[in-house]
Design a protein around this ligand. Sequence first.
Ligand code: ACO
Length: 371
Amino acid sequence: MTATKGLEGIVATTSSISSIIDGFLTYRGINIDELAEQASFEEVVYLLWFGKLPNEAELNQLKQDLSGNAAIPAEVISQMKLYPQDSNSMAALRTAISSLALYDAEANDMSRDANVRKAIRLQAQLPTIVAAFARIRQGQEPLEPKQGVSIAHNFLYMLTGNEPDEVAVNALDTALVLHADHELNASTFAARVTVATLSDIYSGITSAIGALKGPLHGGANEAVMAMLEEIGSPEQVDGYIGEQLDNKVKIMGFGHRVYKNGDPRAKHLQKMSRELGELTGNLRWYDMSIKIEEIVTGQKGLKPNVDFYSASVYTSLEIPRDLFTPIFAISRVSGWAAHILEQFENNRLIRPRAEYTGPSNSKYIPLEQRS
Ligand code: ACO
């Protein structure tokens, strides 16, 4: 038995949800470029869960179900008020999502219908939790979700208390489309491993949030913004990035396990970053990002991934840096839920082996004889 480090190149399951083939990403066979340019996030949620684009009635029903289930139990809000004010946002999200299960009478109902209803509730409630966390830590009361608006609109409203403008709603909606699913990424794999034991959907999503938090995965978008802030201005980019590369420090937002010729989602976020920078009259983050890309791609051949330009996009939308990864989760919960439903359809326990590299033939030494 020989281990493959990081399971690179290992095909661990079949899936008909999304594919990465020859550098092209599709959701249910539809190229991500078409979806980014034309689809709403709610259409993508339907596509991922039910395998086809919704007709008008199906889309309206899903939107209604999502709006109608967006409120979170008062008990969860009360608990969130007890979280330390400086809690890590992903740790708070992981905790709140886990506790939602305690107030869901269907939490352990394993039927397909109940799991679809729970997927709807999780998709609907996750943005409400992120916005509530952001308000509570500032001493503000969480806002009730609005009815009849999109997830992107509702989230921006619940975060700020103001009606968001159309440009911001559209930009966030596109970002949600781009992040919704990505084959067997680390967090999706974590979700599938968890539910393959026939554990429940809340446990699967909680595992996934834990995996997404790390800076080698979803946490990279926050790390990118931290880097941009540390660099400060386009003039400082050369020196900073040169030094990091010389010291073999990884540049966040670059590289990918699967894409070696570039992440097809990055160009959409780059365009949005420029457009939002122009609109807000602040192109500093975009200009710095372009310069960083030139250096990192030029010197290392590494291309930006989905996390690189999303950092400047969210900053232009005036979203606090530590909510970037929770926003990733607002989107990716759609993909996690799709994979969990798929896993349950044809389940087998996921239990690989390890190549043992420890000592052999060791003997037990009684405590009193140990030095
Ligand atoms: N900056 C500098 N060098 C890099 C980077 C980077 N961002 N990424 C990879 N490399 C180098 C590594 O140092 C390594 O060099 P070496 O062979 O000389 O040691 C080589 O490229 C291979 O890198 P690995 O880390 O082994 O590649 P792996 O496929 O395991 O990792 C990953 C992929 C985690 C995305 C990696 O590129 C990375 O850490 N990137 C920065 C973090 C990041 O942006 N994560 C988000 C990924 S997208 C997502 O999850 C949503």
